[in-house]
Design a binder for this molecule. Structure first.
Ligand code: NAD
Length: 434
């Protein structure tokens, strides 16, 4: 059909909003959202208002590589809802970053913040690139130029980026500097996950992994099996996975398998995680590490264990491998690691899934603490931040468990129901402008 005919067509099926962010991950987010919306009996109008992102920015920008060649990179920032306050969410530097992926991740950030009671809407963004193939100078130029491109929509009280896959303190420092140069004075609260000397907090480095362990601990306690007696497998050995594995190892749990993009390692009597961390600090990846038996990066998910922590990528537990997952509990460190089809299979097998919006919310919670401290120009100490994190996560955990029992639903639906209710109420109270 010609474009003009399409525009004139009265059939609204032809004029669909939101095709831009259709993607596998957005499909997963939508299925999960609709389950919560059904429990809440939300009408169709409210569902669309809550589900679809409010604002997306796509940028295409040139960067000079070290060899002098100029290459164009594409970046995105998606702000899911502006109802709850400024938006907040990480920036990814990864080869598969897309608008659809960012839209799903931004939506999950909204639910995560609402569940934890943080005064933010969700956002997410990133640049499609492969950091493994870029030098530090090239990554710096990409980060600074991307920050400059984002200036119209970010701000200390508008939208505050943070680290995610492929980014960390170093990139956050560059974002802070670039933004501050542009506005003419230092604005530490423009970004969280900064190095402590620039107004960051030590706890942010480990916050997400630590939060995963706090939630795993609460879950194990509830099941009457202390965490230190559990056999655990962790997929992903970056910020979230390596921190979680190290913390589990420190409290005495046996980490019997880990993997990263280069492959995995297993040891039935437990891996020496600090040793693996030293190897990765030196060599970059687990590849070639002699301190365990080699295993495939995805195969590791199927190892016999009590608890599985996927902390790498999305869509790792699928309908294909879900029947072979041996763990009784899956604690989602990554965002969206379980597809809706896999979740049904796991539920039918009695496997408990602790959802990402709860399990990995430690990162944004400490980011919030960092932002508050930057606004106040006042620093809390490590112990205070850690204690506040534990308290806030435990409170959210209790809300999820109580909601699941009251409504007779799984933990993800309970978490999303509480979060969606909060944002729906806020939307109704604020009304529609004009
Ligand atoms: P990261 O870049 O520090 O680490 C990612 C890890 O996953 C690396 O070890 C990488 O080698 C590994 N990996 C990549 N592809 C893999 C594959 N196919 N199989 C196995 N391992 C693979 O990223 P991160 O910050 O640790 O983020 C991991 C996940 O946690 C993402 O889903 C992210 O959105 C989520 N998350 C991160 C934070 C945070 O504070 N960093 C907060 C909340 C959620």
């Amino acid at each position: 059909m010609a474009i003009q005919d399409e525009l004139e067509a009265t059939d609204h099926e032809l004029i669909r909003a939101g095709v831009e962010w259709e993607s596998e991950l957005y499909r997963t987010a939508t299925v999960q959202f609709e389950r919560a919306a059904d429990v809440l009996e939300l009408d169709a109008e409210m569902r669309v208002r809550l589900r679809e992102p409010r604002r997306t920015l796509t940028v295409n920008f040139p960067v000079r590589k070290d060899d002098g060649v100029v290459v164009n990179f594409t970046g995105y920032r998606v702000q899911h809802t502006l109802t709850m306050g400024p938006t907040k969410g990480g920036l990814r530097f990864a080869p598969n970053v897309s608008q659809g992926e960012c839209a799903a991740l931004a939506q999950w950030m909204t639910w995560k913040c609402a569940l934890l009671g943080l005064p933010y809407g969700g956002a997410k963004g990133g640049v499609r690139c492969d950091p493994q193939l870029l030098s530090a100078h090239e990554i710096e130029r990409i980060t600074r130029r991307f920050t400059f491109e984002l200036i119209p929509i970010i701000g200390a009280d508008r939208d505050i980026p943070a680290p995610d896959m492929g980014t960390g303190e170093r990139e956050m420092a560059w974002i802070y500097d670039t933004y501050s140069q542009a506005v003419g004075h230092s604005v530490p609260q423009i970004v969280t996950g900064k190095p402590p000397v620039l107004g960051g907090t030590d706890v942010r480095r480990v916050a997400t992994g630590l939060g995963v362990v706090y939630i795993a601990e609460a879950t194990a306690e509830r099941l009457g099996q202390p965490l230190r007696e559990q056999r655990v497998v962790v997929q992903g050995f970056g910020n979230v996975g390596a921190t979680a594995a190290a913390e589990l190892h420190a409290i005495g749990a046996k980490v019997v398998g880990v993997s990263d993009q280069s492959g995995g390692l297993r040891a039935d009597d437990g891996l020496d995680i600090p040793r693996l961390q030293r190897w990765v600090a030196e060599h970059g990846l687990l590849e070639g590490c002699p301190h365990g038996d080699p295993i495939g990066r995805t195969e590791v998910l199927e190892l016999p264990c009590d608890m599985l922590i996927p902390a790498a990528l999305e869509s790792q537990i699928t309908a294909e491998n879900a029947p072979r997952i041996a763990a009784q509990v899956v604690v989602e460190g990554a965002n969206g690691p379980t597809t809706p089809e896999a979740e049904e299979i796991l539920a039918s097998r009695g496997v408990l899934v602790v959802p990402d919006v709860l399990a990995n919310a430690g990162g944004v919670t400490v980011s919030y603490f960092e932002w508050v401290q930057d606004h106040q120009r006042y620093t809390w100490d490590f112990v205070e931040v850690q204690e506040r994190l534990r308290r806030q996560l435990r409170a959210a955990y209790s809300r999820v468990v109580a909601g699941a029992e009251k409504l007779g639903v799984d933990w993800r639906t309970a978490a999303l129901t509480a979060a969606v209710r909060r944002v729906a109420d806020a939307g109704l109270l604020r009304g529609i402008h004009p």
